[in-house]
Design a protein around this ligand. Structure first.
Ligand code: PMP
Length: 480
């Protein structure tokens, strides 16, 4: 408001817009449209509170995407800002080779929350992509060190993932990502990344249970055909997020776990989106009674207030490295690699940054104190119900689905044939919602015609009247 009172306020906004179009290169945006036609970049967001973004020009938007499905505790938490301030004054940086107090406490907290049968061990990064890169390295190193248990260990390097997956932006994580459009022109990709199908109950002709069995069987066949002794790990999200909000059949993950165990393949779960309550449980895999060997985390770890990721491994994986205390002190280690090579050979300068860890720790405290995981479950159910009522019968809505506050709306040209609504129409609906003041997401248009799932992943503090507004805005956009 203080800025609005300035006499040159309009020109100040214009100046920012001009500089933005010229000097800031935004990801995944056709910036040309800003500079070549009459349209201008949106006026910069300068402030946000709970689920609302406030722009310099006075406009507001309800952020039903929670940033990039990460601002779980909502915007404007002064408590987190104070924690960051204190942590920065105390210790602005520490080499990741040392443990800061926040890092130690956060690793312990994550292990407690995961609630696996044995302690979990966290390697911190600054992003989800780096956490997945670390997971691939660790999986390969684990096998290489495991010759006594598994003579084929050193031969295992392949990573199997799924066609609709997104696992990140760095070389390995991009290779594990399925979505073709993200990789076209950037080849050749690193070798050894194999793809299988993703559960998609809405488009399956089988019962859910059979669909789950079929997909697990296809993973089993792929592993056999590749040569099981060459496969290091299978990675998937417990519930697919960016690939189209795909909730798997209840039996799927358990079947996948069995297949991995049968072949000595590690199971990596990417919980970058689903971790810390997004799906209405603390972790996505808690819904399905499955324990992975490795889990990767980011986003909700700090609610996006600081960049932080983690690659967290089971006790069995950890015990195969010479830097495991049990290995050193009790001679328990199975590693057959020389000590020089059998430690975690990976480092990220900003991994486990003390300020980020302090914020992460307090963020988790807020989630627990305010019962936000339960709230995500309840508000998710409310949002889905409200959407069903408003647009469930709309001729362009194939399905409203999701778990917790991870909700997808699949758009179709025809409900009987389930033909996806074309990309342009889907894009127009997202833009109309934005013009009406509601930010909704859309899955990546992985191949032409597949960007037809709208995504809603608001902060867990979203309120009922805001959910109703999202549904109303979507209905109007679909009608238009
Ligand atoms: N995995 C999943 C499931 C993601 O959604 C993302 C980010 N959208 C990543 C990994 C990569 O995380 P980052 O962008 O922090 O590198």
């Amino acid at each position: 408001h203080r800025m609005e009172e300035q006499p040159n306020f309009a020109s100040l906004i214009e100046d920012l817009q001009r500089k933005e179009a010229k000097h800031v290169w935004h990801p995944m945006t056709q910036q040309r449209s800003w500079s070549c036609d009459e349209s201008k970049p949106p006026a910069a967001v300068h402030y946000a509170h709970n689920s609302t973004l406030y722009s310099l020009d006075g406009s507001t938007k309800l952020d039903a995407m929670g940033g990039l499905w990460c601002v779980n505790v909502g915007y404007g938490r002064e408590e987190l800002a104070r924690v960051a301030y204190d942590a920065m004054v105390q210790l602005p940086f520490l080499s990741p080779a040392h443990g800061s107090i926040p890092q130690i406490e956060l690793a312990t907290k994550i292990s407690d929350l995961l609630d696996w049968s044995a302690p979990a061990h966290a390697y911190f990064t600054a992003s989800g992509s780096e956490a997945n890169e670390a997971a691939f390295k660790i999986a390969r190193q684990f096998h290489a060190a495991n010759v006594e248990q598994d003579p084929s260990g050193p031969l295992r390097y392949k990573i199997i993932s799924r066609h609709r997956a997104y696992h990140g932006n760095t070389a390995g994580a991009m290779a594990a990502t399925g979505q073709a459009e993200r990789k076209i022109g950037f080849g050749p990709q690193p070798p050894g990344y194999i793809k299988v199908g993703t559960p998609y109950p809405y488009r399956s002709r089988e019962t859910e249970a059979q669909h789950g069995l079929d997909l697990a069987a296809s993973l089993d066949e792929t592993i056999r055909m590749e040569g099981a002794e060459t496969v290091a790990a299978f990675i998937c999200e417990p519930i697919t997020s960016g690939g189209g909000v795909l909730v798997p059949p209840e039996n799927y993950l358990k079947e996948v776990r069995k297949v991995c165990d049968d072949h000595g393949v590690l199971l990596i779960l990417d919980e970058v989106v689903s971790g810390f309550g997004r799906t209405g449980a603390m972790f996505g895999h808690h819904h399905y009674g499955v324990t992975p060997d490795i889990v990767t985390l980011a986003k909700g770890l700090t609610s996006g207030y600081q960049p932080l990721g983690a690659c967290v491994v089971s006790d069995r994986v950890f015990a195969n490295f010479h830097d495991c205390p049990d290995a050193v002190h009790q001679g328990k280690v199975a590693s057959t690699l020389p000590p020089r090579l059998a430690h975690l050979r990976s480092i990220n300068t900003y991994g486990g940054h003390p300020v980020a860890c302090a914020v992460g720790l307090r963020n988790i405290e807020i989630v627990e104190r305010e019962g936000l995981v339960e709230r995500a479950a309840e508000m998710g159910a409310f949002l889905k119900r409200t959407l069903e009522e408003a647009i469930g019968a709309h001729k362009h809505v194939g399905e409203v689905r999701g778990r917790g506050l991870l909700v997808g709306v699949e758009l179709v040209a025809d409900r009987d044939t389930k033909t996806p609504l074309d990309d342009d129409a889907c894009g127009a609906i997202v833009r109309r919602c934005a013009d009406a003041g509601v930010v909704v997401g859309r899955n990546a248009s992985t191949v032409p015609g597949l960007g037809n799932v709208l995504i809603l992943a608001p902060p867990f503090v979203i309120e009922e009247h805001e959910c109703a507004r999202v549904a109303e805005t979507l209905r109007a956009a679909l009608d238009a």
